[in-house]
Design a protein around this ligand. Structure first.
Ligand code: PEP
Length: 249
């Protein structure tokens, strides 16, 4: 029997300012220790430096919301895994549905980004999830399996080193959360797919994301295959994020 420690990650998206970040981080730091969960925040690139200074040796980790698939070169606007490593990032979110939808990221590009992150010792948090139309068409399982399959094939045995976040697109930022049963059902599918690829599947962390709030976090996190959450809107208020991190216990 494996006991997977929970992981709660804040995705700040394109929010923040020097002042707002300082207040948010101080609120999180003041609530330590988090007995039942590892906690991290994924900040916009320009703020990684100050996040690194504020969170150094705090027990709260940090990461980025994207990473280039390329190591270096003429890729204007992109940020490499080596750069993120220099700023102490432990995580890089890849394949968030907003990047898939607004930047046309393909399953293979997401897989390549995950590989780039791993190559520099960062843990990619690989997001998968179906749209409402896909769910209503009964395609949820096929969609998430296709998205994860590209990552499995690209990473080979290194697949055991990633974190997966199941984020139904229809639940992100909408206030509409997947029910614990809906989320668990998809997590079980994903873990079974991982188990076919690696002996480490039982130890891997599968996060749920999509309108997680203080009042629904505990029931979601208590599902057998849900190992924590990727938190968007509720990660911007220290009190809410802290309550969610505490709900993991
Ligand atoms: C997200 O964007 O990763 C997310 C889960 O957002 P929200 O919690 O706001 O739905």
């Amino acid at each position: 029997m494996t006991t997977r420690r929970k992981l709660v990650v804040g995705n700040w998206k394109m929010h923040g300012s020097h002042a707002a970040n300082a207040e948010l981080l101080q609120g999180i730091l003041a609530a330590r220790p988090f007995a039942a969960a590892d906690v991290a925040v994924c900040a916009p690139f320009p703020y990684l430096s100050e996040v690194a200074v504020t969170l150094a040796n705090s027990g709260v980790a940090w990461g980025a919301q994207d990473v280039s698939a390329h190591a270096q070169g003429a890729y204007t606007g992109e940020v490499s895994a080596a750069m993120l490593q220099e700023f102490g990032c432990r995580f890089a979110i890849v394949g968030h549905s907003e990047r898939r939808a607004y930047h046309g990221e393909t399953d293979q590009q997401v897989a390549d980004k995950a590989q780039a992150a791993l190559s520099k010792g960062l843990t990619p948090i690989v997001c998968v999830g179906e749209t409402l139309a896909q769910r209503e068409a009964g395609e949820t399982e096929a969609v998430v399996k296709r998205q994860l399959s590209a990552v499995i094939h690209t990473l080979g045995q290194c697949i055991g080193e990633i974190v997966v976040a199941y984020e139904p697109v229809w639940a992100i930022g909408t206030g509409r959360t997947a029910s614990p049963e809906q989320a668990q059902a998809v997590h079980a599918v994903l873990r079974a797919q991982l188990a076919a690829a690696t002996a480490r599947a039982a130890d891997m962390k599968l996060l749920y994301g999509g309108s997680v709030k203080p009042d629904n976090a505990a029931i979601l996190f208590s599902q057998a295959d849900i190992d924590g959450g990727l938190i968007g809107g509720a990660a911007l208020k220290a009190a809410d994020f802290v309550a969610i991190a505490r709900a993991a216990g």
